[in-house]
Write a protein that binds this ligand. Sequence first.
Ligand code: ZN
Length: 240
Amino acid sequence: MLLHRSAEIVDGVHFYLWVGRSMNCNSVVLANALAGARPHVLVDPGMTGGAMGERPLESLAQAMSADGLRLEDVGLVIGTHCHPDHYQAVDEVVRRTGARVALSLPEYDFLKGVGGSFYDSFGTSLPSSKPSTLLEEGELALGGDGWRAQVLITPGHSPGSVCLYMPDSKVLVSGDVVFPGSIGRMDFVGGSTRQMKESIDRLSGLDIEYILSGHSSMSGPLVSGKDNVVRNFQMVRMFF
Ligand SMILES: [Zn+2]
């Protein structure tokens, strides 16, 4: 069953909006962002299974396929953070594709430590895929023609949450850091209000046209247009 809606936000940046009922996240695919045989980047694979028999990863694969993108052609999986609703399907994606995996160093440490407890609460086992890339702040080496992306380490929702920023298209893939009209929870283990404030302050200084967030909020799935982005940051900065 197709439980994602897809939109190509700018050339090559495909947003897969989760519209199912179980816990899962929105995903982003950067099409042909890598050089080589498996050229797509998948940000946040989500979950393999959900409540009511939903199969989020299968839905994502189908939605991608409708856009002419094969899950099998994913060469790199990036987790914005390690929470199961974003990252649990990583093993299955790796099994099907042989893709490399990337998390930030603090997030991987968190996953191996107390952050792993989220998987118990979801009744699922800890991913066994080891990141081949530990993301650091700065330019992300992609290799595909015309692709530039920056990694921003933006803790607060989790210790090593990252956002991806594409300076040419001014797209921010924000994970669970910032949503339309809202921000990620800070009360989970590994969360920090102080770090979240710093992360939000930092992101608000970027030149952004689109915020693609990890979940929809009451205000919708994404923020588009520079003025709306500026207003969104003004609004969420009032939370602190
Ligand atoms: Zn999360």
